[in-house]
Ligand binder design. Structure first.
Ligand code: FPP
Length: 247
């Protein structure tokens, strides 16, 4: 099935967020170590970034490493960090060639020094690109993002730079890691799990959710196109009635 041709190009989500899940189970099903699944997962990242660019998505946010992932076995964490450094340094030329700007959300300072440096370098090198914004969520969890946000707003209040009466939903959004980004219209999770796992909880208040049984390493841009086609069949009501939306 060719899903790309079914996409209404006038209604492509501006922002798609993806919970890339199932690398470990994919590896197990191929009798391989978990890191083999993560390595294959990088090829899916490549395919999906390419696909998102092709259909004009402006922001693609990938949940690459959660705050909770620090509790995985040390060897797996180290291998994931190594994979990240190698992938970023290898792909930065291709990001530039494809006009992709790299951004990150999460607590970057908690990453190993070489990882943080590589990411900062890649962000700097791609900062003038005007096509797809590729946002990697690293050492990210929604609750820790909200805690950091509350602390910085509270600091401004104590410094009298913000008045308590100024605090509203827009101001809070402006202090989140995603400050300059639109909210995702579509959230995708792979591997047949139906959870949000502490990902972008504030930002997905009105997002459409799309779940697929495919493990992340089997997910390609064609699957992304299928998710977009599914999204375009839905009616987004934002709490209104169907009739109100149509008027
Ligand atoms: C989830 O599968 C995947 C991750 C926690 C890491 C995702 C990382 C990559 C795809 C590679 C690096 C990414 C970039 C952007 C270069 P899991 O390990 O939770 O799988 P399981 O649920 O089957 O155990």
């Amino acid at each position: 099935m060719d899903f790309k041709t079914q996409i209404n190009t006038a209604d492509v989500p501006n922002h798609i967020a993806i919970i890339m899940d199932g690398n470990g189970r994919w590896a197990k099903s191929h009798s391989k170590p978990r890191i083999f699944g993560h390595k294959k997962g990088v090829l899916s990242v490549r395919s999906v970034v390419e696909g998102a660019g092709e259909v004009g998505v402006k922001y693609l946010t990938l949940y690459a490493f959660s705050t909770e992932n620090w509790n995985r076995p040390k060897v797996e964490v180290a291998a994931l960090m190594q994979l990240l450094v190698v992938t970023i340094s290898k792909e930065v030329a291709s990001l530039n060639k494809n006009n992709v700007r790299l951004l990150t959300i999460g607590d970057l300072k908690s990453l190993p020094g070489n990882c943080e440096r590589e990411l900062e370098k890649a962000k700097e090198k791609t900062k003038n690109n005007t096509g797809l914004n590729l946002v990697l969520a690293l050492s990210y969890s929604s609750k820790s993002e909200i805690v950091r946000t509350v602390k910085s707003i509270a600091t401004k209040v104590s410094e009298k730079k913000i008045d308590v009466s100024d605090i509203d939903s827009d101001l809070i959004s402006d202090y989140l890691d995603t400050a300059a980004m639109p909210n995702p219209e579509l959230l995708v999770r792979t591997s047949g799990e139906y959870r949000l796992s502490n990902f972008l909880l504030w930002q997905i208040a009105y997002s459409e959710l799309y779940f697929t049984n495919k493990f992340w390493p089997d997910f390609t841009k064609e699957d992304l196109f299928e998710a977009i086609v599914d999204y375009q069949k839905r009616e987004r009501r934002f709490g209104l009635t169907s009739e109100q939306i149509k008027n």
